[in-house]
Design a protein around this ligand. Sequence first.
Ligand code: MN
Length: 205
Amino acid sequence: MTVYLHEEDLPEGVLGQGPLAVDTETMGLITPRDRLCLVQISDGKGDEHLVRFGPGSRYDAPNLKAVLADPARVKLYHFARFDLAAIEHYLGVTAAPVFCTKIASKLVRTYTDRHGLKDLVRELLGKEISKQQQSSDWGGAELSEAQREYAASDVRYLHAMQVILAERLAREHRTEMAQACFDFLPVRARLDLAGWAEKDVFSHE
Ligand code: MN
């Protein structure tokens, strides 16, 4: 189990077949203002790849863009809405098709309102992850060991959780509804980028 750090693109051929767990770290929550610093990606076989972009990056990352845009590869996220917007804005690709563990959790874990990654990993897998580095400076010249470990742990458990959540969605007859939500996510991310982040276009108001 190794965490690899790459600069400006993913090397070719480092990922196996199948779904990919994806996460991003940025300078903040306002996507057009707060640049994309890191894309984490894992094929679920034990290694995590961190792709770092510098302050003057042109986000010219053909290998990374190719796997993210590959329509044959499902991308697993926790809160895909944010990552899809960051990837769309900075890398210019739609990183779909999508499975979002946060939406799946909301559709099946109706007995709780705790849908954070830490809560989900604890309940479904019995593992503890730290969120201590979440609000750290991802734009510096060096990423600390703690930052690298945190960034990698954000994609480490998504494959295992996807399996469990897919089973629960099937059990509760919500697979189709979940899939429709996942399929809508790229549009939801584009609405965020276009200025409708705080507006629900489905609401009466
Ligand atoms: Mn993260």
